[in-house]
Design a protein around this ligand. Structure first.
Ligand code: HAM
Length: 417
């Protein structure tokens, strides 16, 4: 037996069905807010990610699946979608189009992290990106879409946290203060943080180590260092979010694991049993990224959701997918009618099963029970003559004899005791 690769996961039918539902709802909300789908390759030149995500990030330093192609190019499995959307936006001259530059995408991403609950090495993201606007109204709209989607899929106990990480003019001063603060406390830092301090001091705010998180409480706060433009942007965003009716919480220490953000950053955080991997979605503004990758000046903002984390929170019920009906027949002519009824009902979208082994009545009923079918449609000799069927509700045990054309009505009735 050859087993699956560590950190990778088979998506079994029940989970696949929940994902299908999630993607359908996202598609509807994203498209009604003006976003169009874009489908991009899984493999890109490594440089696309090193230049965008940042040389000093964990993703680039340790987590990418990178290999040298036969022609000597260094290629990587994409660890996220934003950089690819930016590349495709410019490479395909989409910026010349008169329509708004709004794109959404979904697909697998790859990061060689330490696997744990809600953290995989291949995971599926659902994201969107909006280019060309720097207004806090755009930020509020994007965060509203995230919020709307989460409430549409009925995810409970999720809060949207926001912060600003400033811009290239105000952030260096903050980083300097942060470095001073942590240098004073260097003896209490974990090994990772001591080595990260000179390269990427913001990342220290995200460390889960107990002493490092304790130190964070007294660390300098970025909003106090924002330049007037970034501060104004942040305050206007909060006003707009209220108008969009989005509940949010400020998290003054929120930083992100990717280096490209400017001004607004946000995360949708669940308090429902995901442990430390509690961000179901995250994003922010990136006003320099498009230029950094392509040389074209475009502002940008977007987010991505982690589909496995959404499924973990939604998939609390243990039951398997059950058929709506099971055809039970007695003899050749009743089987012929049974097949016809099966075809009619499945064409209408009901999920049906029957006994392929053509065994006896009792065997068929047992199988219907095993499959947890909601109804049995029983067609016996009498029923063939009278053009009627017996529909048995398998939950209540109640049977009724009805005309074949009325089966649909019974299957549509609420199914409960
Ligand atoms: P990110 O925070 O790295 O941002 O990932 C977004 C979401 O993907 C996370 O909130 C989480 O739900 C999910 N995720 C990340 N890593 C894993 C993993 N190893 N296993 C399972 N789920 C995971 C980005 O990727 C940015 N590109 C988001 C963005 C779009 N910013 C602007 N536009």
């Amino acid at each position: 037996m050859i087993n699956i690769v560590k950190g990778f996961k088979d998506i079994l039918p029940k989970e696949a069905a929940i994902r299908g539902d999630i993607l359908l709802k996202a598609k509807r909300i994203f498209e009604s807010n003006g976003f169009n789908e874009i489908i991009l390759p899984i493999l890109e030149k490594t440089e696309l990610f090193t230049r965008s995500i940042g040389e000093a990030t964990d993703i680039v330093q340790k987590e990418m699946y990178t290999f040298t192609d036969k022609n000597g190019d260094s290629l990587s499995l994409r660890p996220e979608g934003t950089a690819s959307v930016v590349r495709a936006f410019v490479e395909n001259n989409l910026f010349n189009k008169s329509t708004p530059h709004k794109y959404y995408y979904s697909g697998p991403m790859f990061r060689r992290e330490r696997p744990q609950k809600g953290r995989l090495r291949q995971f599926y993201q659902l994201g969107l990106e909006f280019f060309g606007e720097d207004s806090p109204l755009a930020d509020a709209h994007i965060i509203y879409i995230l919020h709307k989607f989460l409430s549409e899929i009925n995810l409970q106990n999720v809060v949207i946290e926001i912060n600003s990480v400033g811009c290239e003019f105000c952030r260096p001063k903050y980083e300097e203060e942060l470095t001073k603060y942590y240098t004073k406390n260097i003896d209490n830092l974990c090994e990772d943080c001591s080595s990260r301090l000179s390269k990427n001091p913001l990342r220290l705010l995200d460390c889960k180590n107990e002493t490092c998180s304790q130190l964070k409480t007294d660390a300098p706060v970025i909003v106090e260092y924002l330049c007037s433009e970034c501060l104004e942007h942040h305050n206007r965003l909060k006003d707009f979010l209220k108008i969009f009716n989005v509940n949010f919480r400020e998290n003054k220490f929120m930083v992100r694991g990717l280096d490209y953000y400017t001004k607004t950053v946000f995360e949708a955080v669940s308090s429902d049993g995901l442990g430390s991997q509690n961000a179901v979605g995250a994003g922010g503004r990136y006003n320099n990224l498009v230029e950094q990758i392509t040389g074209k000046k475009f502002h940008g903002i977007g987010f991505a959701l982690g589909v496995e984390r959404l499924v973990l929170l939604l998939n609390q019920d243990e039951s398997e997918i059950a058929p709506d009906f099971f055809i039970v027949t007695l003899g050749e002519s009743s089987l012929n009618i049974g097949i016809k009824i099966y075809l009619e009902l499945t064409q209408k979208g009901f999920r049906g099963e029957f006994d392929y082994q053509l065994k006896g009545f009792k065997h068929q009923l047992k199988k219907a029970d095993k499959y947890k079918s909601k109804f049995c449609i029983i067609i016996g000799e009498n029923e063939v003559k009278s053009n009627k069927v017996i529909v048995k509700n398998m939950l209540t045990g109640v049977q009724q004899e009805i005309a074949a054309e009325n089966i649909e009505g019974v299957l549509n009735e609420p199914y409960k005791l």
